[in-house]
Design a protein around this ligand. Structure first.
Ligand code: ADP
Ligand code: MG
Length: 359
């Protein structure tokens, strides 16, 4: 999955968003956003709070008119400026952060809510199947307040799946849950969607969740897509400084280009597996991720430990080599160094990421 290329030539996209802009009143929020999602794929909108993720979902769901561009679902154009197909006609299901279940309805009735127009027999059979799918068979006659947050979110998912939508939109669905449950439920939901072959778009500000659950991820900033790519590429081939900083851990150290794939820095000469079209002598900022630094007793590079965060199997160190050169390193926790200690290290960064300095 990680290495699957994002095809730009596919013409049977399930969802295509072209040059979408929208906002509230005169205020533009989403600016010129484009991406496409294949049938059965799970896409993600990832970005800091306020960058416009939920606004894009509202436009996809048909709750918000668009001011430029178009949204296509299967073969239909569902949004154009001045023409918005109503939400009910779109066959799009939604799951929200706060579950939004009907408190006075049982779990079974919540799930069957969108099936009111089907025969009772069909409805009962369908609801039973969905209860099983989300592992809540035993709770059919309970009420939402009797369930845990994780269980309520499963109900919300089953309810959204019931009318057999073409696409499911999930807006920060796990944000109210604690870390462990969040991780487990996100993998469960991925399994369920993949089993059914249903396409989905997940909105989150949590990159772990985005990476664990999604096939492709759009990194957003200020209402604009910075990069739409598979998680592996976002991490190893970020297209700009924002993506590099937002995705994964890491920071920048200064350097000078020696050649298309080689940079000199205080951490020595670093050579990576990609080439840049800068000229020699260009001042650059080099992305150093905590796993790019290895402990090497033979090394003459001995930065000082200035911060240390124990995390069980590993420890995250912050090192300082000079005023300009600080970076982090993740070591197995039996490599135990004290604050102020000078530790021999070297860089092992096959995926060299650097950006020409703009100032
Ligand atoms: P995100 O989901 O990424 O956190 P939103 O899409 O909710 O961000 O919001 C993007 C921007 O639009 C924010 O600046 C927010 O204040 C503004 N916004 C959101 N909803 C409304 C609204 N109903 N009316 C006016 N402005 C809004
Ligand atoms: Mg939001």
């Amino acid at each position: 999955m990680a290495d699957r290329p994002v095809s730009s030539e596919k013409d049977n996209w399930l969802l295509t968003v072209n040059n979408l802009s929208c906002g509230y009143g005169e205020v533009p929020v989403v600016k010129d956003v484009s991406f496409s999602l294949g049938q059965g794929d799970i896409g993600c909108l990832l970005g800091p709070s306020g960058c416009g993720k939920s606004t894009i979902l509202r436009a996809l769901a048909g709750f918000l008119p668009i001011s430029t561009g178009e949204i296509r679902l299967e073969s239909a154009t569902i949004s154009l400026p001045g023409r918005t197909m109503t939400p009910e006609k779109r066959r799009i299901g939604m799951v929200f952060q706060d579950y939004a279940l009907f408190p006075h309805l049982t779990i079974a009735d919540n799930i069957g809510f969108g099936l009111r127009h089907q025969s009772k027999a069909d409805r009962i059979q369908k609801v039973a199947g969905l209860l099983e799918l989300v592992h809540l068979q035993d709770l059919a006659n309970q009420y939402p307040h009797e369930l845990s947050g994780g269980q309520q979110q499963r109900v919300a998912l089953a309810r959204a799946l019931a009318p057999e939508p073409t696409l499911i939109l999930l807006d920060e669905p796990f944000s109210n849950l604690d870390t462990d449950l969040r991780r487990r439920l996100s993998l469960d939901v991925r399994d369920i969607l993949k089993t059914l072959g249903i396409s989905a778009i997940l909105v989150t500000h949590d990159q772990q969740e985005a990476f664990a659950m999604c096939d492709q991820v759009a990194v957003l900033k200020d209402g604009q897509v910075q990069q739409w790519d598979v998680p592996y590429n976002l991490y190893h081939e970020p297209t700009n400084r924002f993506v590099a900083g937002f995705v994964g851990q890491g920071g920048f150290i200064p350097g000078t280009a020696l050649g298309p794939d080689t940079i000199e820095s205080e951490l020595g000469v670093i050579r990576g597996n990609r080439t840049y079209n800068w000229s020699s002598g260009t001042l650059v900022d080099i992305l150093i991720r905590p796993d790019d630094i290895v402990h090497d007793p033979e090394s003459n590079l001995r930065p000082k430990v200035i911060e240390k965060t124990f995390a069980g199997t590993s420890t995250l160190y912050r090192f300082k080599l000079s005023e300009e050169t600080e970076f982090e390193a993740l070591f197995r926790s039996h490599l135990d160094f004290y604050l102020g200690e000078h530790v021999p290290i070297r860089v092992e960064a096959e995926h060299l990421i650097a950006f020409a300095r703009s100032h």
